[in-house]
Design a binder for this molecule. Structure first.
Ligand code: NAP
Length: 246
């Protein structure tokens, strides 16, 4: 049975993951910043079968609060054995290009705050020699592109951090999963229109994530075809890549 902690639990993808886990009678601790939404989700997840559905309110970008938050987590759910990260923001690339503050904020929201919490979680799981970590990064982290390299560089940093963490924690049997979705139809991307054939629903992405966690995979692209799309994108030589407007 999973005793799971979900950061950014109000995310459309995280909500679908929680529903799958609730049906399978797991214990869930939701962490997010919107109390009303978290309360509603907990009620819904209890009805769907979760054997524990509780929440903690936290603005995860405030890294100074992470030690206190981690203490609260440990007293709210007994020996958590799964930590899922779904928090993130999609910054406006053009605005970031004109603002150091917005760029740094985007890097904090999409990499530093996850890395901060992962550092605390890793130390605890390393001692316990058991558990699983699953973090949503993005295909955007695989290659810097002019249209979204601030977000992409944060996700790329996260991926590299997870790679090292996986290497370290593999020695004690703790799995670290890096989740790389392509386009998902969620509130984060509501402003992007039209949505074509490459777009996935959060339900599908959640199913892929749950399967990858169960199978203790290291990296999952979701949907699967993004592995091949990104293989092509990272293989394009720099002199040709510079001519594109991706
Ligand atoms: N949608 C895509 O196309 C796509 C593609 C690749 C990767 N991803 C990644 O997938 C993950 C889930 O995103 P989504 O698509 O499900 O979008 P979403 O529904 O907008 O979810 C993003 C979540 O992050 C939470 N969050 C952001 N900043 C936070 C903070 N400082 N403290 C606490 N919570 C915070 C949001 O909370 P609020 O509900 O309070 O705003 C929201 O629950 C993200 O990491 C995103 O980068 C998304």
């Amino acid at each position: 049975m999973y005793r799971a902690v979900i950061f950014g639990a109000t995310s459309a993808v995280a909500e679908q993951i929680c529903r799958i886990y609730a049906q399978d009678k797991n214990k869930l601790l939701l962490v997010g910043r919107r109390e009303e939404a978290l309360k509603e989700m907990c009620n819904d997840l209890s009805i769907r079968g979760a054997t524990q559905a509780e929440y903690l309110v936290s603005d995860l970008s405030d890294v100074e609060q992470h030690e206190a938050l981690f203490t609260d987590i440990q007293s709210s759910i007994d020996e958590p054995n799964l930590f899922i990260f779904a928090n993130g923001t999609l910054p406006d690339q053009k605005e970031c290009e004109e603002s150091v503050t917005k760029t740094i904020e985007a890097i904090n929201q999409n990499a530093l705050c996850q890395i901060s919490l992962l550092t605390l979680i890793a130390a605890a799981l390393e001692k316990r020699k058991t558990g699983s970590i699953a973090v949503i990064s993005s295909v955007a982290g695989d290659r810097g592109r002019m249209s979204n390299y601030v977000y992409g560089s944060a996700k790329g940093m996260l991926t590299r951090f997870l790679e090292g963490l996986r290497h370290r924690l593999s020695k004690v049997g703790v799995n670290v999963l890096d989740i790389k979705p392509g386009f998902i139809d969620t509130p984060m991307t509501a402003h992007i229109q039209p949505k074509g054939a490459l777009w996935a629903k959060p339900e599908k992405v959640a199913q892929d994530i749950v399967k990858a966690i169960d199978k203790k995979r290291s990296v999952v692209y979701t949907p699967w075809f993004w592995r091949w799309i990104m293989l092509i994108i990272v293989s394009v030589p720099e002199f040709i890549f510079k001519k594109t407007k991706l």
